[in-house]
Design a protein around this ligand. Structure first.
Ligand SMILES: Cc1cc2nc3c(=O)[nH]c(=O)nc-3n(C[C@H](O)[C@H](O)[C@H](O)COP(=O)(O)OP(=O)(O)OC[C@H]3O[C@@H](n4cnc5c(N)ncnc54)[C@H](O)[C@@H]3O)c2cc1C
Length: 42
């Protein structure tokens, strides 16, 4: 019988394609916070 994993709090740093895709996928089962750098710090 498959075990249901409890939701986790996950931080994703960076809003490139990898960060956006993983944050979106993880957000279906977990509480995700996505961190982006402000434009003026690039
Ligand atoms: C000039 C150039 C042209 C390219 N052309 C193509 C192309 O035509 N086709 C193609 O398929 N690929 C192309 N690529 C490759 C493509 O851009 C990368 O493979 C892709 O962007 C990688 O995505 P990523 O999410 O892993 O990283 P990135 O896109 O680099 O995303 C990382 C993100 O993390 C952020 N970040 C980093 N440190 C922090 C921090 N401390 N706090 C908060 N945020 C942070 C960055 O600001 C960035 O937004 C090109 C790359 C370059 C440099």
């Amino acid at each position: 019988m498959p075990q249901v994993q409890p939701a986790q709090r996950i931080a994703v740093v960076g809003t490139g394609i990898s960060g956006l895709a993983s944050a979106w996928l993880l957000s279906q089962q977990h509480a995700v916070t996505l961190y982006a750098m402000p434009f003026n710090t690039w």
